[in-house]
Design a protein around this ligand. Structure first.
Ligand code: FAD
Ligand code: NAI
Length: 328
């Protein structure tokens, strides 16, 4: 009997590793504490339709990821988004068109992870609290006290601070993960019963508590009766207001939106807030992935490269490459 490989985390990095291992003939078993896959690139189902509260869009620069995006596009889970982009600087709003190709999952960002997951072995609602080695193999312990295993190898595909705790068996890797600072983002969505009178569909913001806002329903496949907007606070505002109650966060960020948008700003008929504690690494790295090949323990995630969807996907690919290389 072949012993399967455990992957902790069903975000883009974990699923990318899982897909590469599956392709090479292995049997990955994926564990995630959430109810579904996607992590920071998932979408929230709500009374105002599906909302992309995390990753907004993604760009593809590495040839391997460009090819993957083309395959996703061909299978219908990704489409190009061509928003009317604006820039808000010192309170001045101005159009800011460019030539960058930007992609989104369709009909929601979470569609990509769903497609990647396919019919893989996966357990959701399962928070892993310990990764330990028995005589020959690895075992996982979850928050309910259940043990999972045996596994030949373990890939930990979590944000760095969460990975650190599970890397105790490989102190060197744990030390590297512990050195990565990840910053929070408060995200809110607002829905209006009449469309806002603005041409803006996405906006890069400076000099405000906000750093990005987008009209969610301007993305392909998201036609909804309500006019839906997603607003992201800057890392520094999010840090300063990390424990603010959600209603207050919504009030502040709605106010900041009203201040910068050159249009009437009614009260929303729907609002929601989400706090991403580990939204983005404070800086980029060039590690690809972390590996203790002799132990059979690996770590990957956006923080090993760039804090972007592409970085996460490439990092998962690198973790699987290093694991497969060691098996040869
Ligand atoms: P994650 O997506 O964080 O996946 C980790 C998974 O592990 C999660 O599903 C989590 O539930 C699970 N998990 C955590 N702890 C445990 C545990 N103990 N046991 C089991 N499971 C566990 N990128 C872009 O390219 N473009 C953007 O526009 C963009 N905007 C963003 C906006 C926001 C607000 C945020 C938060 C991120 C944004 N990003 C963007 C970044 C992008 O979302 C991430 O780089 C990428 O999704 C990270 O993937 P990952 O697999 O490395 O980690
Ligand atoms: P990109 O190339 O569209 O954007 C990179 C950066 O360039 C932008 O953040 C913005 O500052 C600037 N920029 C790009 N086009 C612009 C335009 N037309 N006008 C004015 N400024 C422009 O996308 P890339 O490199 O794939 O980056 C992903 C995006 O994800 C970034 O915007 C990044 O800030 C965001 N992100 C947000 C996170 C969060 O927690 N809020 C976490 C990770 C990524």
């Amino acid at each position: 009997m072949t012993v399967p490989i455990a992957i902790i985390g069903a975000g883009i990095a974990g699923l990318s590793a899982a897909q590469a291992l599956l392709k090479a003939g292995h049997t990955p078993h994926v564990f995630d504490k959430s109810r579904g896959p996607g992590g920071r690139a998932s979408s929230k189902r709500s009374d105002a339709g599906s909302l992309d509260l995390g990753a907004q869009y993604f760009t593809a620069r590495d040839r391997r990821f460009v090819d993957q995006v083309q395959r996703w596009q061909a299978s219908g889970c990704v489409e190009e988004w061509k928003p009317q982009l604006f820039n808000s600087h010192g309170g001045q709003l101005s159009p800011s068109p460019d030539e960058q190709t930007r992609w989104v999952g369709t009909p929601r960002m979470g569609a990509i992870a769903k497609a990647m997951l396919g019919d893989m072995n996966a357990v959701f609602g399962c928070r892993i609290t310990e990764v330990f080695r028995g005589k020959h193999h690895w075992h996982l312990l979850d928050a309910e006290g259940c043990s999972h295993g045996p596994f030949s190898h373990v890939i930990i595909a979590l944000p760095a601070p969460q990975a650190t705790a599970l890397l105790a068996a490989a102190p060197k890797l744990a030390g590297v993960a512990a050195s990565v600072q990840m910053e929070p983002t408060w995200a809110i969505a607002l829905a209006f019963d009449k469309p806002l009178e603005t041409a803006m569909q996405g906006c890069f913001v400076q000099d405000s508590p906000l750093d990005w806002l987008a009209c969610n329903r301007s993305k392909p496949g998201r036609e909804t009766a309500l006019d839906t907007w997603v607003l992201h606070a800057t890392s520094s505002w999010s840090k300063q207001h990390i424990d603010l109650p959600k209603e207050d966060v919504i009030e502040h960020l709605h106010g900041a939106f009203a201040e910068l948008a050159n249009c009437a700003m009614p009260a929303p008929v729907f609002s929601i807030a989400h706090r991403w504690l580990y939204a983005r690494p404070a800086s980029s790295h060039e590690w690809g992935a972390l590996a203790d090949a002799d132990l059979g323990l690996y770590a990957c995630g956006d923080w090993c490269l760039s804090g972007r969807v592409e970085g996460a996907w490439l990092s998962g690919l690198e973790a699987s490459r290093r694991l497969l290389e060691h098996l040869e």
